[in-house]
Design a binder for this molecule. Sequence first.
Ligand code: SF4
Length: 171
Amino acid sequence: MTYSEDELLPISALTDIVFCPRRAALHQLERVWEENVATVEGHNLHDRVHDGATESRGGVRVARGIKRHEQSFEVQLCAQAMCLEEMLNCKVPAGALFYGISHRRQDVPFDHALRQATESAARRLHELIEAGITPKAEYSKRCKNCSLFTLCAPKTGNIGSVEKYLAKAVV
Ligand code: SF4
């Protein structure tokens, strides 16, 4: 499917949709942002990208700045590779993730399954944005690592829109 310029979505939102659709909606539909310690640590690494802290080592290009959500890193990285392939008409068979906090490197082959998962995440993200409805909160263990926990309030009764929740809270 081809999208117009206005319909394009940030690659980083793929991380959100894989991690939690509600989180993707809070960011992309409601523009809700709340930083916690984990996010701040991620931003510190991210800031280095914008400070020019990219480098090449032995033919490996190091690009920092991928957000810190377990199980969704690979999809975001694969999306970046697929964009490069389209832009530069080349093949990117694999990449690697470097976890700044644990100093751990993980090789990521861009195989068929990961490419399909990436395309599926992109479709789901577009469907979510087109629907324009924030999914209700479902509390799970991932919520403990979510920087939107306070505003999302997943334990307080399955609310939908944070905007409406905040409006009610101040009445
Ligand atoms: S707190 Fe939980 S339900 Fe709410 S956005 Fe984060 S992960 Fe999703």
